[in-house]
Design a protein around this ligand. Structure first.
Ligand SMILES: *Cc1c(COP(=O)(O)O)cnc(C)c1O
Length: 377
């Protein structure tokens, strides 16, 4: 497929060091420059190829008949809401493990949809307590589903999803994983984490543009969702059936440009060397970042053992003259956009190391940070 000449794609005015939307390549942005018909074969063939690529990524297999992919309009949260609202049956009980804003958002969705649910909350700087999980599952047999966030983007913590999944499966429950900010950037399959549903979106580690999310599901678990959704537009099973029966057609308007760009992003991921190569790049970005920030006197919130290569929360400088907004503005003027903190237990700011971002960019950022420490004269 013809792409716009990359020399004609404008440069971005600054690099996004954020957890998504993030910096994308010119190759991905060049894919946006044409229109597609939402029910035409040319376009639906792209949708089917994207779904097949996602299944390959989530299983490591070319023919994985046990696993299927559903794409859903909206930001990542819409796909989380579609999954929870479709998977938990009337009378079912969802146990949400929460240790950050995104875990709490799942609990909020369950609350809003009036799903039967329980929340096991942990501190934002602690992983979920597995002993407590086991006790809860043993004493509350009414629980049917368990949901957890893989990389809790609030802190950058990597939750132990494989260990959690093992316990969930021991008790025979359905396991739902929000792998929004990790899928495509960290090696994982549905099998390796024991997931029945894995949720992610276009604008995170696959490095596409925003516009839709996707759910990788085991077929029997998705088949069981028929007729259960609390919402028409967020009915995961109906969306899946439409895509299956009509060879890639979406219900309602499809984010055509975002899907075409995502197909390009998947090809780019493969050219990079797949998930292992991308993971190695993110890990090197993050290693350089933490090392460089430490030499400037700024320490990460989490111990290294809990830290993902996706995003890092740093303690804000304790100097009375420090103000995030002023620091942010100075970095932005130098070409780097960072992220405010959302941790409730500490004053932090965050720097993402995912997206079309390379070690040379991290070195550039570190020089910009050194030049922007206006509180240290
Ligand atoms: C980005 C993200 C989401 C989805 O956020 P949206 O703003 O709806 O795209 C959900 N969970 C996690 C862990 C995330 O990082």
């Amino acid at each position: 497929m013809e792409l716009m000449d990359l020399d004609h794609v404008p440069d971005n005015p600054y690099l996004l060091l954020t957890p998504g939307p993030l910096s994308t390549s010119k190759r991905v942005r060049a894919a946006l420059f044409r229109d597609w018909c939402t029910w035409d074969d040319d376009y639906n063939a792209i949708v089917q190829a994207v779904r097949a690529s996602l299944v390959r990524l989530a299983t490591g297999a070319v023919d994985a008949s046990d696993c299927t992919a559903v794409l859903m309009q909206g930001s990542g949260t819409f796909s989380v809401e579609a999954t929870l609202g479709s998977a938990v049956p009337p009378g079912g009980v969802l146990l949400v493990l929460a240790n950050g804003a995104y875990g709490r958002r799942m609990a909020q969705i369950a609350d809003r949809l009036r799903l039967g649910h329980l929340v096991q909350e942990s501190a934002e700087t602690s992983p979920p307590d597995l002993t407590r999980l086991r006790q809860t599952l043993a004493t509350q047999p009414a629980i049917t589903h368990v949901a957890v966030v893989h990389c809790e983007t609030t802190t950058g913590m990597l939750n132990p999803v494989a260990e959690i999944g093992e316990i969930v499966k021991e008790f025979g429950k359905i396991f739902i994983v929000d792998a929004m900010s990790s899928f495509g950037g960290l090696p994982m399959t549905l099998d390796s984490i024991h997931a029945d549903f894995l949720i992610s979106s276009a604008n995170k580690c696959i490095q596409g543009i925003p516009g839709f999310g996707f759910v990788l599901a085991r077929r029997p678990a998705l088949e069981a969702c028929a007729g259960q959704a609390r919402s028409l537009s967020l009915d995961l099973h109906d969306q899946w059936q439409e895509m299956e029966r009509k060879a890639g057609k979406w219900r309602y308007t499809s984010p055509t440009h975002a899907v075409r760009a995502f197909a390009e992003a998947l090809a780019e991921l493969e050219d990079e060397g797949g998930v292992p190569a991308r993971h190695a790049r993110y890990a090197e970005n993050q290693r350089l970042l933490v090392e460089g920030m430490a030499s400037l006197g700024m320490e990460p919130l989490l111990p290294r053992a809990l830290q993902s290569p996706v995003i890092t929360a740093f303690h804000s400088p304790s100097h009375p003259a420090y103000d995030f907004r002023r620091f942010y503005d100075q970095l932005k003027a130098r070409g780097y956009v960072i992220y405010p903190g959302t941790v409730s237990e500490a004053d932090t700011f965050r720097i993402g190391t995912i997206g079309h971002v390379f070690p040379r960019d991290v070195r550039g950022l570190l020089a910009a940070v050194a030049a922007s420490m206006y509180w240290q004269v």
